[in-house]
Design a protein around this ligand. Sequence first.
Ligand code: UGB
Length: 609
Amino acid sequence: MQREFLNKTECAALAAHWESLAAAQQELVSTLVACGQIHLFAGWDPPGTHDEDKASFLAALAKIDGSYPGGLAGYIANARRLLAEAKAGKNPFEGFVPEQPDTVDLTSFNDAFERYEALGAGKFDKVGIVLVAGGLGERLGYNGIKLDIAVEVLESTTYLKHYADNLLAMQARSASGRPVPFVIMVSQDTGPKTIESLEANDYFGLDREQVHVLRQELVPAIADNDGTLALEGKYELVLKPHGHGDIHMLLHTSGVAGKLHAEGIEYLMFIQDTNGPNFNTMPAAIGVSVEHGYDFNSLAINRVPGEAVGGLARLVGNGREMTINVEYNQLDPLLRATVSPEGDVANEHGFSMFPGNCNTLVVRMDTYVRILRQSQGIIAEFVNPKYADGTKSAFKKPTRLETMMQDLPKLFGPEEKVGVTIFERSWSFSPNKNNVADAAAKVAAGGPADAGATAENDFYAAGRARLRVAGMRVEEAEEVKILGVPFTLGPKAILRPSFALTLAEGRAKVSGGSISGEATLIVEGRDIRLEGVELSGSSALVVKACDGAKVVVRGAFRNAGFELVRLTDAERAAGSGVPEYLKIRGYRFENRGAAVYEFDQPGEYTVEE
Ligand code: UGB
């Protein structure tokens, strides 16, 4: 029957190969032909030529068929449906009116903030961290994985190391000391270099067993509204990432979600690859989820109208209500059609009407595994084709189906509770997503830069905030522009996770003292106390202590510290030998004589100046 079908298609190229195909290959090819994909085989060279290419092409098709729920036939059917809806201009939020979601405002460091932090800190051995890191970061234009970029360049700590340090600090503080599970989703693009980075750094001190690397597969690009799979040459599919929503399916199919649940994990916190402040919010966000009984807690900021982060709203209509992220490209039309004829404009406080999605999510494990079991972790897909013209009959370039991890609540019923916790921006959200030129243009247009320099700036700002809460006098230096991107010259304060994970911990370890606008302070180690430490001018103090080393630091430190040096045009040019992680920010630091104290043996020490 298959043979008969193929003859009918008059695909001589395929008929010539038919007998040499294995039964499973014949079945897959038949399915694809039945789905209108005969072009995949129509251009094949005669048997005996390019046979290896054909074999790897068939293997690639089989792999995608096996990894996508519903196989390639399901993918093509979904694509056709979604493309028809897109062509018809269907509004995915038709019938819904946005209202304010259930929010907890933690934009100030008040008593409530610290109460939530204490509650969250009590759960450190019941939390797992899920990092989605399958994206290449095309907007950033960085050659390599984003996890390998340094979040700060005083000591050049990479994002991956910074996250691992936080996990180590969490487990050092929990009663059981149980390793905090770390799930990392990678893709074909990012997987090998992520593994390389973990291996080269001995997993940054984590146990290999606590790290679960899950790989998402790319999906085929689609060339037209009929769901025709796009080809590169004769034997290669054009493949594209399917979006961060794949994490839910992978956590389900890999069995990792079920395993962690069985091991007693109560919450998963989902984070993105280059949002350095993720862990500033972690203790309080967990505390909020616990106290409010949230099944899903979206961390948010006050959003600037038009910025490329989704808006979080409660959508009411069509006989239901759901609190969900409305992605940035859909927010303005939804607002225009409902509550704001002017669209996504500033309210009386200068912010967009709805809180902005940091895409840091805290999900309750009980609910999560139940929803995964019911749904297989399959998240609503969407398509966003760029049409060639107003007829919407052709695309500028092939498109693909995508998913987003923040869409999980679309699978929820009325029983599941979804809330939003709003934090101050630099404390919670400072992604490194844009190259310098784009970042400068965004700043010129009045929006946030979300670039290497601003990410680093906010890393220090968080340190300053912790010092202020602890009672140190912190002078803030002026803001300068480096290649059009704002950077506050200091003080540059790095309080490593090993030193303080909560405000209360910082307060217990720092008393009095002062730090001037261009000074630098780096503290790493659990048992360090700063008593009346004074850093004036551009002085720098670095104190590091291993486990078991108890250090008290007192007195006034005076030295030339670290100097910010702008890169010259020649240094920024291709082939200059300057590392790319410096080029993406436009400066480096030079040590002009920082005071450095390192204690690598247990014992009691005092540093006095
Ligand atoms: N990612 C994957 O792991 N796999 C993929 O296939 C794609 C991405 P982007 P996006 O924080 O500013 C999100 O591309 O999708 C990882 C929210 O949807 O940087 O444009 C990737 O490695 C948006 O609401 O972001 O927008 C990275 O870690 C807003 O919050 C993460 O997914 C916005 O992020 C995000 O990928 C934001």
